[in-house]
Ligand binder design. Structure first.
Ligand code: 5CA
Length: 446
C-alpha cells in the first residue's frame, strides 16, 4: 500500500475523551471512529489488525479440532425463555420488537442458539465429541461503555461451544480450550494468564479468565509472580491427548492466580511473601464448563452406548477479539505510539522515502516495494511529499515493527537503513539484505 492512496486519518491532537493510552492511540492512529456510545467503525488500519487477530484465532481453533460456523446476531426471545435466561439477563440485553410484534434480541452470547442447532441435528453419542465456534458481533448494553473497544457495547467475540457425552469428556474439552488459548495469545505477542474466576450469567462451577496484566485493566487480580515465568512456547501439542492437555492445564493453573471475585486471602497468604502480587488485568478470554445447564431445559439429549438418553455436557469458551486490539496496545506502546508485535501488525514494514521526487530514491523505494510484495509481504510505503520528521512521526504512531528508510545519501553508498520500532536500533544494509532480513523475521509468523 502507498500512503498517498490509503485512508489513514491520523489525528494531530490527543482526543480529550479518551482516558487510556490504547483508546487514545487507536483514535490518533486513525484505527477507529466512534459511531455511538460503545459502538465503533473500524477504519482501514484498525480493520486490518482486527482481521489479523481473527485469523490467528481461526487457525488455532481449527488446529484444536474445532469447527467454524456462523450464527445470526439477532435471535428470537422464545429460545431464551426456554432456558430461563430471557428475564434473568436484565438490562444488558438489547431487546427488539419486529413489525409483527415478535420479541427479538441482539445476542449477547449464543448458548441457546447453538444448543438449538445441536438438538435439531444430533441424537447419538456417535456424533460426539463436537465443538462448534464462530467469530461474530455481540451486543451488551453495558451501563458504562468506556476505554474505546475495551468495553464496548457492540464487540467482536469468538465464542465456541463443546458438546460431550460425559463430564470427563467435557473437562477434556475445557483443557483443550485452555491450551489452545495459551497458544493463541502467545502468537499475538501477549502473555495472558489463566486465573480462577466467577462464572456470572453464563453459569457453571469451572471457569478461568485469561488476563493480560496492565495498570489500566478493569479487573483486580491476585497471583503468585512465578506464574509469569511459564510459557507454552513451541511445544508440540496433540489436542486429542487427554493426559497431555490436562498436564498443561495443571502446569498453568497450579500456582495461585485469581480475580477478586474468587480471591481467597488465606490461600494467598500461603504464597511466599516476596512472590505475592496484587495488580490489575484485562480479561481477554474466558472458558466455562457448565454441564447440563442448557442441554437439560432445551432438551439436547443423545443416546449413549447403553441405549439410554441423557443430556449432553457442555461448556462455552470466549475470546474478546475486538478487545484484544486495545489490550495488545496497552501491553506494547511507548510515548511515540503503538509497537505492534509481528504476529498482528497491520503492515509488515514501512518504507520511508526521505526525498520524494529524487529519481534515485523513488526508484529504490519502488524496487523495495515490489521485492517485498513479490514474496507475499505487505509494506506501507510513505510516498508523501512530507518532511522526514513528519514521516517518522506517522510511522512511530502507527507502530509498524520495522522501517526501511531510503535517502539519496545512503544510496550513494549502496545502503538503506533498517530500524526496529521496539528498540530503535538502526542498521545500514543493502536494499537486498533489508528484504532478506524482513522475510526472515516474518518467517515464523506465516
Ligand atoms: N458465552 C461465553 C463464552 S463463549 C461468554 O460470553 N463469555 S464472556 O462473557 O466471558 O465473554 C467472552 C469475552 O468477550 C470476554 O472474556 C471479553 O474478553 C470479551 N468481552 C466481554 N464483554 C465485552 C465488552 N463489553 N467489550 C469488549 N469485549 C468484551
Amino acid at each position: 500500500m502507498r500512503l498517498t492512496r490509503y485512508f489513514l486519518p491520523v489525528l494531530k491532537e490527543t482526543p480529550s475523551e479518551a482516558q487510556i493510552v490504547s483508546h487514545r492511540l487507536m483514535l490518533r492512529a486513525g484505527m477507529i471512529k466512534q459511531a455511538a456510545a460503545g459502538i465503533y467503525s473500524w477504519l482501514p488500519l484498525g480493520y486490518k489488525v482486527l482481521r489479523r487477530i481473527e485469523q490467528i484465532v481461526h487457525e488455532e481453533q481449527v488446529r484444536a479440532g474445532h469447527i467454524p460456523l456462523l450464527m445470526p446476531t439477532l435471535q428470537s426471545a422464545d429460545l431464551w425463555r426456554e432456558s430461563g435466561r430471557y428475564d434473568d439477563y436484565g438490562q444488558e440485553m438489547l431487546r427488539i420488537t419486529d413489525r409483527h410484534g415478535r420479541d427479538m434480541l441482539y445476542g449477547p452470547t449464543n448458548e441457546e442458539l447453538i444448543t438449538d442447532i445441536f438438538r435439531g441435528h444430533v441424537s447419538s453419542y456417535k456424533d460426539l465429541p463436537l465443538t462448534l465456534y464462530h467469530i461474530q458481533w455481540k451486543f451488551r448494553d453495558e451501563i458504562r461503555p468506556r476505554f474505546g473497544v475495551m468495553r464496548g457495547r457492540e464487540f467482536l467475540m469468538k465464542d465456541g461451544y463443546n458438546f460431550d457425552l460425559t463430564k470427563e469428556d467435557a473437562l477434556h474439552a475445557y483443557n483443550r480450550h485452555l491450551v489452545s488459548y495459551l497458544r493463541t495469545y502467545e502468537r499475538m505477542g501477549l502473555q495472558a494468564i489463566p486465573m480462577r474466576a466467577d462464572s456470572g450469567p453464563i453459569g457453571g462451577d469451572d471457569t478461568h479468565e485469561f488476563l493480560v496484566l496492565a495498570e489500566t485493566g478493569e479487573s483486580e487480580v491476585f497471583y503468585d509472580s512465578a506464574v509469569t515465568d511459564i510459557r507454552l512456547g513451541e511445544r508440540e501439542i496433540d489436542y486429542d491427548n487427554v493426559d497431555q492437555c490436562r498436564a498443561v492445564m495443571e502446569e498453568f493453573t497450579a500456582l495461585y492466580a485469581r480475580t477478586d471475585e474468587t480471591h481467597d486471602e488465606a490461600r494467598f497468604n500461603e504464597v511466599p511473601e516476596d512472590r505475592r502480587r496484587n495488580a490489575r488485568g484485562i480479561e481477554v478470554g474466558q472458558i466455562f464448563y457448565f454441564g447440563t445447564k442448557y442441554s437439560e431445559p432445551l432438551g439436547a439429549v443423545v443416546q449413549g452406548p447403553d441405549g439410554k438418553q441423557s443430556p449432553v455436557h457442555m461448556g462455552s469458551h470466549g475470546i474478546g477479539v475486538s478487545r484484544l486490539v486495545g489490550a495488545i496496545i496497552e501491553a506494547s506502546h511507548d510515548d511515540r505510539g503503538i509497537i505492534w508485535p509481528e504476529g498482528v501488525t497491520p503492515f509488515h514494514c514501512g518504507i520511508v522515502n526521505l526525498k520524494q521526487g529524487d529519481a534515485e530514491a523513488d526508484a529504490a523505494c519502488e524496487q523495495l516495494y515490489s521485492a517485498l510484495t513479490a514474496i507475499g509481504l505487505e509494506p506501507l510505503y510513505d510516498d508523501r511529499n512530507e518532511r522526514a520528521g513528519g514521516k517518522f512521526a506517522t510511522m512511530d504512531l502507527i507502530g509498524l515493527p520495522w522501517r526501511i528508510t531510503v535517502g539519496p545519501r545512503g544510496l550513494k553508498n549502496g545502503v538503506v537503513e533498517l530500524t526496529s520500532r521496539r528498540t530503535g536500533d538502526s542498521e545500514e544494509v543493502s536494499p537486498e539484505e533489508a528484504v532478506r532480513r524482513i522475510a526472515a523475521i516474518y518467517e515464523p509468523h506465516r
